[in-house]
Design a protein around this ligand. Structure first.
Ligand code: DI6
Ligand code: FE
Length: 386
């Protein structure tokens, strides 16, 4: 599959770790004709999917909170009462690195089983220097245990822990920034994120953290305009952010700033659906402004306990009116861009040979079928997934 839906019927590909040739099988150059071949029986082949926004390393579960919300408590009420993210923080602090990795592996395996070859993993449930390092070490270890590329994101600025209640500035100075410095020194950080929201951090607190990240040479991304408009997307764009994520309450000024900066809009329908949000991200305006849109699971225990990118694609189409082609671009080429990766996400020559082979007759099926198990096999770095 080339470009948007640039489908190539009866195609052949030549790969080692990268894609070396792609085109109609009848045009296969003679030099390649004696290579060992794998017949895919005419199945659809796309780039392996990329989940550009997950929180899969955490302890505990939030099933009880799910029941509270069904009885009418709002996400914000639960958070302000010390539940929500902070209840996961308690369980995460109590868990060892080995326990966190063991608990994250089934979530990673579920995402891979639905066609992913690259997964971004955020910290953000430790909220102390040592516990944030523990989460990022766990994320890095996941990449050694499965055929997957793990991209790590420091998200200490996810919530204000009880010991810093009412002292968010001190938390940024005493935990978020020092943990970032230490994690960077240990090679644990690929990008830096924050939650810019009334129940989390202000734009000025995020700005201080982002200035530190940029001084370390790290790219940034931001949970922005999820529950209200604090101007987070425009702040992210001012820092040339890779992406701004959620964006339900994104303003025209935020859209213009993102378009100008080339910041990707990461659309997270799982959180919108779980929180029964009513304000959809401004997809039509993002499309008109030429802002690239990515789609991700936002897999996390509170607002998006989901591990299926195809389901996220279906939700993005059904709830937000993305086209199936936009949804597939959103979990391949645009997701790669949201992670600052240029070596994957398309079937171009020289791209990583990270491929997904589907039991599907047309790419639109990947968004159309709700919760289908459509993956036939993954090919990661040119090797068939065992
Ligand atoms: O509820 C959680 O555990 C995380 C929620 C998640 N984090 C964030 O910044 N926004 C979200 O929806
Ligand atoms: Fe998130």
């Amino acid at each position: 599959m080339q470009g948007g839906y640039g489908l190539i019927p009866d195609a052949a590909m030549v790969v080692d770790e990268a894609i070396r040739w792609i085109g109609p099988a009848t045009d296969l150059p003679a030099a390649y004709r004696d290579l060992p071949a794998h017949a895919l029986q005419g199945r659809l082949v796309t780039p392996a999917l990329i989940d550009c926004h997950t929180h899969i390393v955490f302890g505990g579960t939030r099933a009880a909170e799910f029941e509270l919300r069904l009885q009418g408590a709002s996400y914000e009420e639960i958070a302000r009462a010390g539940g929500g993210i902070l209840s996961t923080v308690t369980a995460t602090r109590a868990a060892s690195l080995d326990e966190l990795v063991a608990q994250a592996l089934p979530r990673l395996d579920a995402i891979l089983a639905q066609g992913a070859g690259t997964v971004e993993v955020k910290s953000g449930y430790g909220l102390t220097i040592e516990d944030e390092l523990k989460l990022l070490r766990g994320a890095r270890r996941l990449g050694t245990l499965r055929p997957v590329s793990i991209i790590t994101t420091h998200l200490a600025a996810h919530a204000i822990p009880p010991e810093y209640k009412g002292r968010a500035d001190a938390y940024i100075d005493e935990v978020a920034i020092p943990s970032l410095t230490a994690a960077h020194a240990e090679g644990l950080v690929d990008a830096v994120d924050a939650f810019c929201e009334g129940i989390a951090f202000t734009p000025s607190q995020v700005d201080r953290l982002f200035r530190h990240a940029r001084a370390l040479g790290l790219p940034v991304k931001l949970h922005a305009e999820q529950l209200s408009d604090l101007g987070g997307a425009a702040l992210a764009a001012r820092h040339n952010a890779l992406s701004a994520d959620h964006l339900e309450y994104l303003s025209p000024a935020g859209i213009a700033a993102m378009a100008q900066a080339g910041t990707v809009a990461v659309i997270l329908p799982g959180a919108f659906y779980t929180l029964r949000e009513t304000q959809a991200p401004p997809i039509t305006a993002l499309r008109a402004a030429g802002v690239p849109m990515a789609v991700a699971t936002d897999c996390n225990p509170g607002s998006s306990p989901m591990t299926s990118l195809p389901l996220a694609m279906n939700m993005a189409c059904t709830l937000f009116r993305l086209t199936p082609e936009e949804a597939l671009m959103g979990t391949t080429a645009h997701a790669a861009r949201a992670l600052g990766l240029s070596d994957r996400g398309t079937l171009g020559i020289g791209q990583r040979a990270d491929l997904a082979v589907w039991d599907a007759a047309h790419p639109a099926e990947l968004s159309y079928r709700i919760g289908a198990e459509a993956l036939h096999t993954r090919i990661i770095g040119g090797r068939f997934d065992a």
